[in-house]
Design a binder for this molecule. Structure first.
Ligand code: PEP
Ligand code: MN
Length: 325
């Protein structure tokens, strides 16, 4: 953003007024404009309205660059999914999403829904189609698991969030899901972003494990341009260099999207840490950012989970975490 000054303006006073609003500024002289002093507002500055800046004495005009994600900028700060508002803690109560990594059977997901709903979990999660690193790992039960998930959620007044792994499954997933998840490995998969957007449903967009914030925002813009009803972001950890945790939970990005971009962010500490013993403190830390809520993998018997057992919470553990939230 470039702030141009009136010819008689006192540049230092304008700079101070901009700095008070949380802007990082740099003065320069524009040779094409008779060497007049102008002020460049740098990346990392707070979000401010142009009308507010125009009220500062000495400011003549404010030139904005083409916004890279106009649809996203126009999205309201909270997204409503079947009557549940997902937005910053300063606006609405935190929303909790929980369930197993993979839906393992109809009985399993029904029993989990029965146990999770009374804890205040609004969204039942579980993968029917699983993105697995090894082709020898359990790949999910597919279409039957979608039905089990929907029936279990309906039986306990919950909503469904589940992943569309590929373009071909989008139709089947959209039939049962209230919120369609795009997984970390697929955040860069434009055809999938377009196809999920075209369903007109809201999207839970997980951050790619090596994606920059700008790439994440533009992936959301793609969903919106193609028709998504809204995008909820999910911070699930980015790749680090240490193996003690599975990923690095980037709460800085969660805070940035929540407070600077005013977007709804659900934090998933399960896939970030990869180990259940860190999920209580990481959940507290996530909620302290003011984010929109948590996604927590939960299993009735984590030691025997078909996928992601080491990071799955038991029902007792999730009850303790949500009881304190
Ligand atoms: C999941 O939530 O089921 C999942 C596979 O997570 P991610 O895409 O973040 O790895
Ligand atoms: Mn998982």
């Amino acid at each position: 953003m470039i702030v141009a000054l009136d010819s008689d303006a006192e540049a230092s006073a304008v700079c101070r007024a901009l700095a008070r609003r949380g802007l990082w500024v740099k003065r320069f002289r524009d040779a094409r404009d008779g060497g007049r002093v102008q002020i460049l507002v740098r990346d990392g500055s707070a979000a401010v309205s142009v009308s507010d800046l125009l009220r500062i004495a000495g400011v003549a005009s404010v030139a904005m660059p083409e916004p890279p994600h106009p649809r996203l900028d126009g999205q309201p700060s909270s997204v409503e999914v079947e009557g549940v508002r997902i937005g910053a803690a300063s606006e609405v109560d935190p929303v909790f999403m929980a369930g197993p990594c993979s839906v393992e059977s109809g009985e399993q997901i029904l029993a989990l829904a029965a146990a999770l709903a009374p804890l205040g979990v609004r969204f039942l999660r579980g993968g029917a189609y699983k993105p697995r690193t090894s082709p020898y790992s359990f790949q999910g039960h597919g279409a039957p698991a979608l039905r089990w998930l929907r029936d279990a959620a309906d039986a306990h007044g919950m909503l469904v969030v589940t992943e569309a792994l590929g373009v071909r499954q989008v139709g089947a997933v959209a039939e049962v899901a209230d919120l369609i998840q795009i997984g970390s490995r697929n955040m860069h998969h434009s055809p999938l972003l377009r196809a999920v957007g075209a369903t007109g449903k809201p999207v839970l967009l997980k951050r790619g494990m090596a994606a920059t914030v700008d790439e994440w925002l533009l992936a959301a813009e793609t969903c919106l341009v193609h028709g998504a009803a809204g995008v909820v972001f999910c911070e699930r950890g980015i790749r680090g260099f240490d193996h003690h945790t599975r990923n690095v939970l980037d709460l800085g990005a969660a805070a940035l999207l929540t407070h600077v971009h005013r977007l709804p962010v659900i934090v998933d500490p399960s896939h970030a840490a990869g180990r259940r013993d860190l999920l209580a403190p990481l959940s507290r830390a996530a909620l302290a950012t003011g984010c929109a809520g948590l996604m927590l993998e939960t299993h009735e018997d984590p030691g025997h989970a078909l996928s992601d057992g080491p990071q799955a919470l038991s029902l007792e553990e999730i009850a303790t975490i949500l009881g304190a939230a």
